[in-house]
Design a protein around this ligand. Sequence first.
Ligand code: PEP
Length: 249
Amino acid sequence: TTHRKKIIAGNWKMNGSLQANAALLQALAAGLQVAAPACAVIVAAPAVYLAQIQALVAGTPIALAAQDVSAHDAGAYTGEVSAAMLAEFGASHALAGHSERRQYHGETDAAVAAKAAAALAGGITPIVCVGETLQEREQGQTAAVVARQLAAVIDLLGARTRDIVVAYEPVWAIGTGRTATPEQAQQVHAALREQLQHADAQDVCILYGGSMNAANAAQLLAQPDIDGGLVGGASLKAQDFLQIVAAAR
Ligand code: PEP
């Protein structure tokens, strides 16, 4: 009994090829035609494939996301891709601050917030990723870490916070096959919801990510504050991803 429409977003990470993308999207589109999704369905693809995928998803319910977005509008930022550029190629969303970007590319809370702001300014909905490491969880810092990560975004965006999507992705659950229990996830989602509520953004969708699969999705998605999933590995297999989509209603 929520008015928040669920979202299932696949994060392909640095995977794919022209041939593999076409095969995967054709299988997804076919599956979604047989069983129309009750949720929004998004795929986050490497930026170079956006043009290909824009054409392939036309006329399907599949929306397109980038995996990253520049904090800058334009200029001397070699290698970066702006929100306006992503929008030109059909992206409606972009991940911001995925843990792999924070970990391997040194993205700070402030940098992630700047990316979220630039995305919104360029007409792209940022999917802001937050989550604690295993060490932080074991030290009892989970609530403080995710609150700090989200606060950086709320502080910069202010009233525009209501236009973002949040993804809670415990780092220890990403790509490990070790998923958070529905109770563990719900606890963090409820805290994030409360923080969003204070920013007058209680209707923001909060996705769970971290080894979500066809077997565990339904239980996670049944939690009151889990509004969808951000799916890595299982998003590369059409049947698995379709089963997760079917579990979101
Ligand atoms: C992710 O990349 O955001 C993710 C959650 O990956 P996985 O589902 O493979 O854990």
